[in-house]
Design a protein around this ligand. Sequence first.
Ligand code: SF4
Ligand code: SF4
Length: 266
Amino acid sequence: MRVDETKCVGCGNCVLVCTMGAIYIENGHSKVNEDECVECGSCKRFLEVEGRNPTLVRGLRKVLKKVSLQYDAPVGVCVAGALYQPTLEWPRSVRRDFSDPAAVHASTGIPGRGTEEIKTNDVSGWLQEGEALLLIEVGRPGLGARLRDLEKITTALATLGVDFKPENPITLLMPDAKTGQLNPEILNEKVLSAIIEIKIDLDKVPVYLEKIKETVKDFPTVCSLVVAGRCNKHGDIPYIDAVGTAGLALSTGGKTNLGLGRGGNE
Ligand code: SF4
Ligand code: SF4
């Protein structure tokens, strides 16, 4: 994201809405720390363009300041539409692909981070009984994640032998999914968050969870871990013991798909 200084009046509204704290005011104008900006587009999307003349507003602010009064733009507007999105070239475009929910992901052709996670398993049948899905989300608004840090997890998992979900956007950035290494051109890019998805045998869950725990120790950002599997005929959740064996506890925020998809995968 960039700021057109000829239009910016330095009201600071964009500083308040930036998801990464990447905007600051300097010399009466806002500036974007491009290394920290993840190109999520939130600042531009959330601030309505008020359409005022920036020269007049700046003049008015100066006059009012002399008599200890202040002109404040209403919260939620950018006075003259100073924020603009330049064309993003590769590899910077990767930031937008993973961070802007309104952008169509270049590698998957669908918006956002481009993964359906486990939500469509009722229909796809990708995950069968005796298997588990591990989903590792790296980064969050306010912190983000460098793809070089995410790669530490994918390469660590690859040493155990792993089945990365083929259509996942992170997998699509690996020249050879057996190594877990990402395209070196994107390693310094920062995204709001990204998701790794792997399928493993149920009895291997503790081993993989231990590996993830060991790898993310002293990590510069946060990771959320999801374990998913198919319930057995009695409705039991098959991976609860495996998670406990790895010294972890499941949160109460689980999701259940009811098997209302295509017949044959219920
Ligand atoms: S909201 Fe617009 S006018 Fe206000 S500081 Fe940001 S870019 Fe400048
Ligand atoms: S695009 Fe997102 S990260 Fe970048 S300046 Fe705007 S809100 Fe902040």
